[in-house]
Design a binder for this molecule. Sequence first.
Ligand code: ADP
Length: 720
Amino acid sequence: MIDATELHQLLHRHFGFHEFLEGQEPVIDAVVNGQDALVIMPTGGGKSLCYQLPAMLLDGITVVVSPLIALMKDQVDGMVEKKIPATFINSSLGQAEMDDRIARMKRGEYRLVYVAPERFKSPRFVQALAPLSIALFAIDEAHCISQWGHDFRPDYLRLKWALKDLGQPQVAALTATATPEVRDDIIEQLALGKFGRKPPQVFVSGFARHNLTLAVTHTANKAEKLERVFEAIRTLKTGIVYCATRKNVEKVHAHLAERRAQAIYYHGGMTEEQRTKAQDKFMGGQCPVAVATNAFGMGVDRADLRFVIHYDIPGSVEAYYQEAGRAGRDGEPARCELLFNYADVRTQEFFIEGANPTREIIAGLHQALLRLCKRGPIEMPMSEIAEHVKAAKNDMAVGSALYLLERAGFITRDYRQGSRTYTTRLVEPAKSLEDLAIDFERLDAKRTRDEAKLRRMIDYADQRGCRHAFILNYFGDEEAADRCNVCDNCGGAPTPKRRAAAKREKVEAVSVSEPVQVSADDQKLLLQKALSCVARMDGRFGLGRVTLVLVGSRSKEVFDSQLERLSTYGLLKEFGYDFTLELLRRLVAAGCIEVTGVEYPQASLSDLGREVLLAMKPLDIELPPVEKRKSTARRSTEAVATVPEAPYDARLFDALRQWRRKVADGMGVPAFLIYPDATLKELARHKPQTEEALLEVRGIGPAKARQFGMETLTVIRSVP
Ligand code: ADP
């Protein structure tokens, strides 16, 4: 057993850190005590230390599987600099060098060995490792093992066999993105806690990013979206605009270029050289803005991004948060804004259809290929093959089906130098669809899951409660609080549009401060009011719109459809938005309301709902709580509480506050993210006159000083 003091000493001695980051210590404790661990922390959360530090203590080699070959050398160099004996093995090495490193592993010269996953394809390599004493097998980016994940890599599936060949050593699997099903899949695929190893422990931490203002802007058209992008570039300067398609990337980039906004663009359709050039320009700071698809990701670690805008809705909350989370890596305030329009959902549905072909499409393609390839191989582009498949409306789905049929051994596809397209040929004797090992059930299940993920992402966009809480709950991070202060729904600094909307929608801001106490009769009435509104809205709208009507919202969404004319308009006004929406959700869960459709969800009454409405059946459900609004000043008062209240210059404090307000409004972030009150008081107390003196003030680090230092000093000098 190793105690906490020793761990801290090691942390300091080898890594130069004084404290563990949130969540690291319990993981390290479990790992050094021999437990398998699944570690879920966001990018930048400090996952590496969770195996690097144990590697110093465990008896034997720690093998680290990492798909990021490009970063491996840097990681290893970093270790060697810290005097930790480490090396890497990947395809960039020649055979002689590889053999040499394996020989040195055998001699016990390394504690840490980074290995690319495809190395485990080679039986020779696995055999070479087998006799070594492997203490820990750390698997980075472990979600790549799950076919439910967004980044599945077949090479990762090999790892379980490698583990078997290596005598089932202890495993630590690490990832930044894992929904519950991916998490379960990782545990199952890697057999964590099996084969005599200690039961696995799952750690989720660090998803809270208090410096990020999360916001969603409902946009009616492209012009509105572009305005938001320009606004962000004007006020926040540096960031990424993510688009769902290559076409949108190029369009948005062209608009920016037209208005002389400097930006690079990046997507998978560019040559590798073009991509590297664009990425280097952005990462090197020569260009402040990148417009990109999700291909722009791995290795983007520019820390000073002040915004990430999603021009189109992404396919899942984890994809969204991973991309949005690239903002504000320096800990300074940043804005993550999703520009949302229901019509954009169609693009994601198209991707889901494309990635998950139905049985009908696969069968159609099977038939078509039997016909087309009867007389020998064909050289035909996918779009042309798709024309022979009746059920196919989406070429991408035919592409995915071709891949499935190839993997199942029905066809082979080769790309000949100089040829325009693939050559497709049947594998003789041609098998019937039934004889091919295609798991249709699994395919259907995956499609359903992808749709559910998209549905959750739409929920995020529609969400009226705290966006941070939504995300933390989604990831299962226990830090989830119900109100954050820094999202648009909890009082993050308003955009001009939000200010106008807030004025229009005073009703939504109604905050009910007492818990609802209702008699059985009142409860019945309450449920009937809610259900009758669903009935009146005729199955044409989703729960969000029903809620707006019930609380008597004066929003455009209501007036445009003349819903204020309904007799149920404003019936639950006194209960507020959150309560009413939650009540409707509980009625969905109780089977009284049915919601159908992904793109345009529509709520309608079920038979049970109709019976409850007509008082033909009783319904006993628990009403949602109506919570007191928490003080929006919570975080700043916490910060103040840590500073002893010594005298300070009140005039300077006021001047600093006014300046802070202006800056915060300009950036669209809450004021306390610029400087908390405690820092302003410190400034008003010590009145630093130079940049070095500023750095002495608690709450001001180098990044802050760089961003606001000059202005802060100017304000201080302006108050004599
Ligand atoms: P992840 O793998 O989760 O993306 P890393 O392991 O690369 O994150 O760590 C992110 C950054 O945090 C690195 O720069 C690392 O040096 C730093 N870091 C890790 N642990 C600590 C710590 N205890 N104290 C200070 N910095 C840390």
